[in-house]
Design a protein around this ligand. Structure first.
Ligand SMILES: NC(=O)c1ccc[n+]([C@@H]2O[C@H](COP(=O)([O-])OP(=O)(O)OC[C@H]3O[C@@H](n4cnc5c(N)ncnc54)[C@H](OP(=O)(O)O)[C@@H]3O)[C@@H](O)[C@H]2O)c1
Length: 329
């Protein structure tokens, strides 16, 4: 038998329930993974509540896109992975209701598996890829961030935000973290920010002008959107890049009129669906992990039995970094 998290209706964390199901067999092109750790992402809270870009198949929808564990069985047609292989799972397509990884076992498509080297523990393997691939593609492939450039990272305490701070540091760029609360300032400095703008204390545009000597940030990396996008555009350097990759503020966002400005709607698929970008990103991130320059910032770890509590914690916005769930076997 397997223990998996399902939900039967849209709603808050309380709709999540742990249930026993017969051990699922992998089909064509699929693998079954014995899950050891799960990385939580805001997208999963949105999916659970019906606010994501596609809707769950109810009842008994599965949930979760990122995990680490060991391959237990493979279906027909799977090449490159075999039972016993340590892996990470990064599943960012539209199949979460079927392939969700919250549980002690998950059946996923084999193209969402990444080999996990023996030096990478399960918590790191579950927490590193979505955050760092998302930030890597935006900052380097789209934003063309260079050493010495300022990069403004909004929602900087998110898992993607903390990854962006580290990646910018790694190439010698200057990361400016934005948070809504000054209470997180010290933790953001420890996570790699060169400067912190707390919007409950500072005027965003004025502070960024000060920090950048009036020039603005070469790249602004934003998952918030909403009406604040117009103000945010005023922090971008002339002809710089405003890269929007989420809608934490679900209200409509105006098209900024501070031209010349390059506005990008960005998704991690920009990296994961392109073999060349994915090869570069994996090489860069793996090299950073090996030297210690990169490491997932893990805010707190929960047990799988406390999955609803972990979602409540995520949605209370107190974290700096990734929330991880571990699985006891
Ligand atoms: N496009 C893609 O491919 C892609 C990939 C991965 C993630 N994402 C998106 O990236 C975002 C972050 O994901 P995550 O899993 O890293 O998040 P997370 O770890 O849950 O972080 C959330 C943080 O964002 C800030 N925040 C929350 N609501 C906000 C609001 N309404 N306005 C401003 N700030 C807000 C809070 O920080 P403060 O309280 O400190 O401000 C909070 O701590 C999500 O929108 C997610 O969907 C997109």
């Amino acid at each position: 038998m397997a223990n998996v998290v399902v939900f039967d209706e849209l709603g808050g964390p309380e709709v999540l329930r742990l249930t026993e199901v017969p051990l699922p067999e992998p089909g064509e092109g699929e693998a079954r993974v014995r899950v050891e750790a799960i990385g939580l992402n805001r997208a999963e809270a949105l999916f659970r509540a019906g606010g994501y870009y596609y809707q769950p198949t109810l009842p008994a929808s599965r949930l979760g896109s990122e995990a680490a564990g060991v391959v237990e069985a493979v279906g027909p047609g799977v090449e490159g992975f075999a039972p016993g292989d340590a892996v990470s799972v990064l599943s960012v397509g539209m199949g979460m209701s079927r392939h969700g990884v919250y549980g002690d076992r998950a059946v996923v498509t084999a193209d969402t598996l990444l080999p996990r080297p023996e030096w990478m523990d399960a918590r790191t393997g579950a927490a590193i890829w979505l955050s760092h691939l998302t930030a890597y593609g935006a900052l380097f492939e789209v934003g063309r961030l260079q050493p010495g450039d300022h990069v403004l990272v909004t929602a900087a305490s998110s898992s993607v935000g903390t990854a962006a701070l580290q990646l910018a540091r790694q190439i010698g760029a200057v990361p400016i973290a934005v948070t809504r609360t000054a209470a997180k300032a010290d933790r953001l400095l420890r996570a790699g920010a060169a400067h912190v703008v707390a919007t409950d204390r500072d005027d965003l545009a004025e502070r960024v002008r000060e920090i950048t000597g009036g020039e603005g940030a070469r790249v602004v990396f934003d998952p918030v959107g909403g009406p604040g996008l117009a103000d945010l555009a005023r922090t971008v350097a002339e002809d710089g890049a405003l890269i929007v990759y989420g809608w934490l503020d679900p209200r409509p966002a105006p098209l900024p009129m501070t031209w010349p400005l390059n506005v990008h709607g960005y998704g991690v698929h920009h990296v994961t669906r392109d073999a060349g970008r994915m090869r570069r990103a994996r090489a860069f991130i793996t090299a950073g992990l090996r030297t210690g320059a990169l490491t997932p910032v893990i805010d707190r770890t929960f047990d799988l039995a406390d999955i609803a509590e972990a979602h409540r914690y995520m949605e209370a916005d107190g974290q700096v970094g990734k929330i991880v769930v571990t699985v006891r076997h």
